[in-house]
Write a protein that binds this ligand. Structure first.
Ligand code: ZN
Ligand code: ZN
Length: 263
């Protein structure tokens, strides 16, 4: 099936060295697949300028600034430095940020402090949050609530939590973004959650180069493959694929208003 409606990949890492050899070809394939907009989430301060440069090169590429929860504790920026990065052209979101207790060990209070710092920066800059959460559901919701994330909202990216979490996040004004994980055979619980997410709260992403969706599973992921996430979800939710794509496109600009202004 060829989708006619324009797509958005709401979360990818096109700045990674995985794409060093063929980034232009990857972008050309994304365009050919109908991906009109994509958002590059930053994971480390040393890549912020690279992400911004990629966004500056082409229409439809958007940037974020933030530090991934699993990055070294020493890479936590000062608030002023993060705010500076968030003020750069085409930076529309704060992230990625969040909590990941799966891949870090020991006392993780530094992760919580860093997440709180990002929430404060998002509120000040009015650039919504891109939240990564893994094995840390209760603390993630607790911090979103206590630090006032409702004021700015954002997205729970690469969503893998349960329905209670989805509902709590949506109550705080967050969108739910599904990745290739939802297409995996074993993701039956996630698929049940995906059926229930209201259409006006749904985003789709690749998280490329990770997590390529079926039927590309196991390969390096790339933004063009977001079409497979869309097609799978349309079938799962018994929705018209064009309508689902159009809705997620609209949702992206509602979630990240700065992208709409500068588009
Ligand atoms: Zn993530
Ligand atoms: Zn990511």
């Amino acid at each position: 099936m060829v989708l006619q409606a324009a797509l958005v990949d709401s979360h990818c890492h096109l700045d990674f060295d995985d794409f060093a050899e063929d980034r232009e070809a990857v972008l050309a394939r994304a365009r050919a697949a109908g991906v009109e907009h994509l958002l590059i989430a930053a994971v480390t301060p040393s890549h912020w300028s690279r992400v911004q440069a990629l966004a500056a090169e082409q229409a439809g590429i958007w940037a974020a600034a933030g530090v991934h929860p699993n990055e070294d504790p020493a890479s936590t920026p000062e608030l002023e430095v993060l705010l500076d990065a968030l003020a750069a052209p085409k930076v529309v979101a704060t992230g990625e940020t969040g909590l990941d207790y799966f891949r870090s060990e020991g006392d993780l209070s530094w992760q919580r402090r860093r997440f709180a710092l990002h929430i404060a920066a998002a509120r000040q800059s009015r650039k919504p949050l891109i939240v990564h959460t893994r094995a840390a559901a209760a603390d993630t919701l607790e911090l979103l609530r206590s630090e006032g994330a409702r004021d700015v909202g954002g997205v729970i990216h690469c969503f893998t939590e349960d329905w209670d979490f989805a509902r709590a996040a949506m109550d705080l004004g967050f969108y739910i973004s599904l990745s290739g994980i939802v297409t995996f055979k074993k993701s039956t619980e996630l698929q049940e959650v995906a059926k229930k997410i209201p259409a006006d709260r749904l985003l789709i992403e690749t998280d490329a180069p990770y997590l390529a969706p079926v039927p590309q599973r196991g390969r390096r992921n790339e933004p063009a493959y977001v079409v497979h996430v869309a097609e799978f979800l349309a079938q799962l939710r018994r929705e018209d694929p064009q309508a689902l794509v159009a809705q997620t496109y609209t949702n992206f600009f509602r979630c990240f208003p700065a992208a709409g202004v500068a588009a």
